[in-house]
Design a binder for this molecule. Structure first.
Ligand SMILES: CC(C)(COP(=O)(O)OP(=O)(O)OC[C@H]1O[C@@H](n2cnc3c(N)ncnc32)[C@H](O)[C@@H]1OP(=O)(O)O)[C@@H](O)C(=O)NCCC(=O)NCCS
Length: 155
């Protein structure tokens, strides 16, 4: 998938195009993955359906990835737009593009986790999960990846 907007922003699923250092630099300070090592981000990109968002000058402007079986289930993860590019509809465009991908569009259940962007996803039909039906198992980032970096949570 390669989609361009009139103002020159581009979304591409080409894994070779991703500036993996830039994606890691954001994620390692994001509230949901503080301290995540580069190697883990690198492997996650290789084994997901990655969506890179690029500015008109070609620089990485954002990212999202879909973890999916390509048929019935999809998980939307690591959605972000870098600060200088926010507030122009790019986040909505990125999420819409991920959900439009055939591997996600065919899914019966799509899942995501968010601390504060519920209304962003609600417009695409996401609702709080049924707590009696859906279970999860979580581990603390510092248990997996060591002490939290100073900037953690300010992402
Ligand atoms: C969330 C994020 C991707 C939005 O990107 P963006 O390009 O600035 O967003 P858009 O311009 O497409 O607008 C997003 C819409 O969602 C709404 N929204 C809801 N929760 C939001 C939140 N926590 N942050 C930003 N926008 C939010 C906005 O108000 C806006 O709605 P509107 O058009 O009706 O005003 C971006 O702010 C970001 O990367 N934040 C830090 C990382 C993050 O929290 N990612 C989401 C993890 S679940």
């Amino acid at each position: 998938v390669d989609v361009a907007r009139d103002d020159g922003y581009l979304i591409s699923t080409d894994p070779a195009r991703i500036d993996r250092r830039a994606v890691h630099a954001f994620l390692t300070t994001a509230y949901w993955s503080p301290g995540v090592p580069f190697e883990l981000v690198d492997r996650a990109i290789d084994r997901s359906l990655p969506f890179g968002l690029y500015a008109p000058d070609g620089e990485q402007a954002g990212f999202a990835r879909a973890v999916t079986d390509g048929a019935a289930f999809g998980y939307l993860a690591d959605v972000f737009v870098l600060e200088p590019h926010r507030g122009r509809g790019l986040g909505k465009w990125l999420v819409a593009t991920v959900l439009d991908h055939p591997d996600m569009a065919s899914a019966r259940r799509l899942v995501l986790a968010t601390a504060d962007a519920h209304s962003l996803y609600a417009r695409f039909g996401f609702r709080p999960a049924d707590a009696d039906l859906v279970m999860e198992r979580l581990r603390a980032p510092e248990e997996l990846w060591g002490p939290l970096p100073d900037a953690a949570g300010r992402g």
